[in-house]
Design a protein around this ligand. Structure first.
Ligand SMILES: O=c1ccn([C@@H]2O[C@H](COP(=O)(O)O)[C@@H](O)[C@H]2O)c(=O)[nH]1
Length: 288
């Protein structure tokens, strides 16, 4: 079975290094002329899926915007996941789960076990009950070719008080997370299956991302103020592993499918310019 890291590496090469988020904010639904109810949610997500599912490497539904409609919203999420996977996109469910290990095992079954109706290629996870508490997720992901993206340096301004606090060994909380995930990916080729979330808005934090060995999801671009050029500052020599992620910036171009595709092309071009330049300088251009 092919690992998530290998599948992601191929998807990024074939479709381009980009993740587009499906975040059906009430304001976006209104802008698209859709009601803030399950029918509007369904229409919104179908439009995005049909416009982008066959061309974007990774699509990232934000679970919260489906959960706010209850079980019928979750049913829309289930069918969205199915349609996106059928269209060839990798689905990363942004659900930021974390708990004691025995409960994490149930979350792992919910999202990373192929028998679940919410089965996806990868999920986001929170390490604040200890990276070790996420072990059942890493194990289930490894067993079924799935991936996990662990929060390290989030894009929101409030995150730094926790994430940049220092422990007894002098390392920040974020660096401790980064180091533990780097160990999990050791030896994985061409890319590990455990990634990190590092916001494009965090600036030059001095954290060492050079040995992570897994993908680096970069939200915070567009609506939160991060730019493609910021990727160079934030990721330095680790640019080749970066998966830039946009939600509102792309979604606000809808509902016209052609406009959604054009917005996607535009952000991909912007990011490629920075990421390709990084590959040339760090010598990692090896793929065609
Ligand atoms: O550090 C993080 C982690 C996750 N997110 C999520 O990404 C999208 C961003 O949406 P935009 O519209 O592109 O701002 C959203 O679902 C967040 O929950 C993040 O922003 N930062």
């Amino acid at each position: 079975m092919e690992s998530f890291g290998a599948r992601l590496h191929r998807a990024m090469r074939e479709r381009g290094p980009l993740c587009v988020g499906i975040d059906p904010h009430p304001g976006l639904l209104a802008r698209w002329g859709l009601p803030d109810d399950v029918s509007g949610l369904d229409r919104f997500t179908r439009t995005v899926t049909e416009a982008l599912g066959d061309r974007v490497a990774v699509v990232k539904p934000q679970s919260a915007f489906f959960e706010r409609y209850g079980s019928r919203g979750v049913a829309v999420l289930e069918s969205t996941i199915r349609q996106l996977r059928e269209a060839g996109a990798l689905v990363l469910l942004d659900v930021k789960r974390g708990d004691i290990g025995s409960t994490v095992a149930a979350y792992a079954d919910a999202y990373l076990n192929p028998s679940s109706p919410l089965y996806v290629d990868a999920v986001t996870a929170s390490p604040y009950l200890g990276v070790g508490s996420l072990a059942p997720m890493f194990d289930t992901a490894a067993r079924h070719g799935g991936g996990v993206f662990v929060l390290a340096l989030t894009s929101n301004p409030e995150g730094s008080a926790v994430q940049r606090a220092r422990g007894a060994d002098g390392r920040t909380v974020a660096q401790a997370v980064i180091d533990e995930i780097s160990q999990l990916n050791a030896g994985a080729e061409p890319l590990g299956s455990v990634g990190l979330v590092v916001g494009a808005t965090v600036g030059d934090t001095g954290h060492d991302l050079s040995r992570v060995g897994g993908p680096l999801l970069a939200p915070g671009l567009g609506a939160q103020g991060g730019t493609a050029a910021d990727l160079r500052t934030v990721f330095g020599s680790a640019l080749s592993a970066v998966l830039p992620s946009y939600s509102r910036q792309v979604l606000s171009a809808g509902p016209d499918p052609a406009a959604l595709r054009a917005a996607t092309e535009q952000v991909l071009t912007d990011c490629r310019r920075v990421l390709d330049a990084g590959k040339l300088t760090d010598g990692s251009v090896t793929t065609g």
